[in-house]
Design a protein around this ligand. Structure first.
Ligand code: C5P
Length: 402
């Protein structure tokens, strides 16, 4: 079945080398049955020919107010009213700035101002342009306006630099559009918070205490929740692995206290909290201001307890909020997990055992048992973390609707 049959999509392509990826995106949209009208900025036409898009979309690509022969007016108001969804992909720093400040210097920007439909923005640019305060504050303005931001991905950029700024892959863009148009998704309208990765606790300016958490399980959960229609906030500690594209917001933290603060704020109007982070239970009582010298090193580092994030949120929990925790146990798993549900005030706990081969921290797979506060226990096979995340989210959906 074509999932976008009858959907009218206005695709704005701005001047970035990533414009070639928009051609693949048009193909994917067309394959799903969408009617696609492409508008390019004049500078985008230097990267990819309008003809490419005309052929792929089966509609004449528009890039000027007035047609080349001077005989036709491309009506931006009509275009803005025609579409069910407007997507700007790639959105260059220049186009993002034009959208944020309401300039109408080209057909794409004018159509944006005339559009009454929802708007998605997929930025693409060099990493320094992307993280520049000016770009970030423009993106905040657009998000505040209610537009959906499809975060740029990490990887090699046209400049040769490596970092964030790559246009989200066409498959991910399509996924976002499919999610947008699917009203049936079971977590539509729900806000979910996921914590992921380790926290780090400084000993001195160069050393810290942490753990081996890779963040993979939490990242897969964020994706699985998004696929089921939830609005997702990912709060992540420092990981070698890049956070996935897709969450509506990614909050980067380092310490348990920072993670706690971010989680507390985000949880206020959330429906679901999943604590997949491996939070450091303790932090050094005193962080040395200077690097500790080998000869003067203390024999003992005194520790103090970090807040238990999940337990603290559970204490503030209101009706209609669900909390899922993880338990990583080396022995007596089930008993310890049941005790943890009770002690921390969780709804559901996901138990993984250190005894299972191919499961746990750095692994790509996991073998879990889900236990809920009503003492129902469900065991799962060893699976890739992507599938484990889907199992957890499906369990949660049934639990919410039970
Ligand atoms: O007590 P334990 O560390 O085994 O509990 C694991 C669960 O509690 C996980 O869901 C983890 O994210 C959460 N946790 C937390 N804050 C802590 C310690 C653990 O939210 N300080």
């Amino acid at each position: 079945m074509k999932r976008l049959e009858g959907r009218k999509i206005l695709l704005g392509v701005s001047g970035s080398i990533a414009a070639y990826k928009a051609a693949f995106f048009v193909r994917l949209l067309r394959k799903e049955g969408a009617d696609v009208q492409v508008i390019m900025t004049p500078s985008a036409t230097q990267f990819v020919s309008p003809l490419t898009f005309s052929v792929l979309s089966k509609r004449k690509t528009l890039f000027e107010y007035v047609s080349e022969d001077g005989a036709e007016w491309n009506n931006h108001v009509e275009l803005g009213l025609w579409a069910d969804l407007m997507i700007i992909a790639p959105a260059s720093a220049h186009t993002i700035s034009g959208m944020a400040s309401g300039r109408a210097g080209n057909l794409l920007l004018a159509s944006y101002l005339s559009a009454r439909c929802p708007v998605m923005i997929a930025p693409a640019m060099d990493l320094d342009m992307y993280r520049h305060d000016a770009t970030q504050s423009n993106l905040r303005i657009l998000k505040k306006r209610g537009h959906l931001l499809l975060e740029a991905e990490h990887g090699e950029l046209a400049s040769g630099l490596i970092g964030e700024g790559r246009l989200a892959e066409p498959e991910n863009l399509l996924e976002a559009v499919l999610t947008f148009f699917n009203p049936e998704l079971p977590l539509r309208g729900k806000k979910a918070i996921v914590t992921a990765g380790p926290t780090i606790e400084a000993i001195d300016p160069v050393r810290y205490i942490s753990n081996f958490s890779s963040g993979k399980m939490g990242f897969e959960l964020a994706k699985a929740l998004k696929e089921q229609g939830a609005e997702v906030v990912l709060i992540k500690g420092p990981t070698a692995l890049e956070a996935p594209a897709g969450p509506d917001e990614i909050i980067e933290v380092r310490t348990a206290v920072e993670m706690y603060e971010a989680a507390r704020k985000a949880f206020a109007d959330a429906d679901i909290f999943i604590g997949a982070a491996a939070v450091a239970d303790f932090r050094p009582k005193k962080v040395e201001k200077k690097k500790i010298k080998k000869d003067g090193s203390p024999a003992v580092i005194e520790l103090e307890e970090n807040p238990d994030i999940i337990a603290s949120l559970a204490r503030q929990k209101k009706a209609g909020q669900w909390i899922i925790g993880f338990a990583l146990e080396s022995h007596n798993g089930t008993e310890n997990a049941k005790e943890k549900i009770r002690k921390k005030g969780l709804d559901i706990i996901v138990l993984n055992s250190l005894e299972d081969k191919g499961a746990g921290f750095q692994s790509d797979s996991n073998k879990i048992t889900i236990i809920d506060k009503e003492n129902n226990l469900t065991k799962f096979e060893l699976k890739p973390k992507r599938e484990v995340a889907a199992d957890i989210v499906q369990y949660l959906i049934k639990y919410i609707h039970a």
